[in-house]
Design a protein around this ligand. Structure first.
Ligand code: XMP
Length: 214
């Protein structure tokens, strides 16, 4: 099955037989508070049990002290990647979290910028120093702001970049891939579709066309 450059943001539950059909098209699945709170840890594990995706990313946008964040990620052993905010800094927070995840063979993504209008990119110079010095596995940067995404790619040429804001928030499918992202994070466009399987196939086709053009 041809994989898309898609990380499916499963903020709503979709029927298991549909998920089983489409999950093979995804690089990864991203789980956040909405599904975790609705289904609980065991419920989420049950949903994920039969799926074969390369990456389960937990998007709790961690932003706390080291002990609390490590306590949280220990309970989410089904995930192999975690997203955290960069602005919390390294000592007593991200540094210890990254050491813990490294020892567990898990991945850390740091936020470089957010996809919504109100995010202030004047923070970016500080965030950039945190990301440079912590050297996480990957970075989250927005599809809604192509100029910011390009700057992040230029600053971090060798990092995996995953990009939200595609579809419902206004980013066009495939554009983020031309602006430096490795994968597009897509939720509502897929799970609100009346035919998720065809929607995913359509997304993959558009992504391929865009990649060939850029
Ligand atoms: P939709 O339905 O808008 O879902 O396709 C997007 C998903 O991505 C999350 N999101 C972000 N996560 N940084 C992040 O780490 C961001 O800037 C950002 N913007 C959106 C959103 O919560 C949803 O799960």
């Amino acid at each position: 099955m041809l994989k898309g450059r898609i990380i499916f943001s499963m903020d709503e539950e979709i029927p298991q037989h549909v998920l089983l059909k489409i999950s093979g098209y995804f690089h990864g699945i991203k789980i956040g508070y909405p599904l975790l709170l609705r289904k609980g840890i065991e419920g989420v594990k049950e949903i994920l049990r039969k799926l074969e995706v390369d990456e389960i990313i937990m998007d709790l946008k961690l932003a706390d002290i080291d002990n609390t964040m490590i306590n949280i990620v220990k309970q989410l052993d089904f995930a192999n990647s975690f997203i955290a905010h960069s602005f919390i800094g390294i000592d007593g927070a991200l540094g210890e979290l990254k050491n813990f995840l490294d020892n567990e063979g898990k991945k850390l993504y740091l936020l470089a910028s957010m996809s919504h209008k109100g995010w202030n990119d004047e923070f970016y110079p500080y965030i950039k120093t945190v990301i440079k010095s912590l050297n996480p596995y990957g970075i989250v940067a927005p599809a809604t702001k192509p100029n910011v995404l390009r700057i992040v790619r230029d600053d971090f040429p060798n990092k995996i970049i995953i990009s939200p804001g595609v579809g419902a928030q206004g980013g066009k499918i495939g554009d983020a891939l031309c602006n430096g992202a490795d994968y597009e994070i897509i939720g509502r466009t897929i799970y609100t579709s009346s035919d998720p399987e065809n929607k995913v196939k359509e997304i993959i086709k558009i992504q391929e066309e865009k990649i060939n053009e850029c």
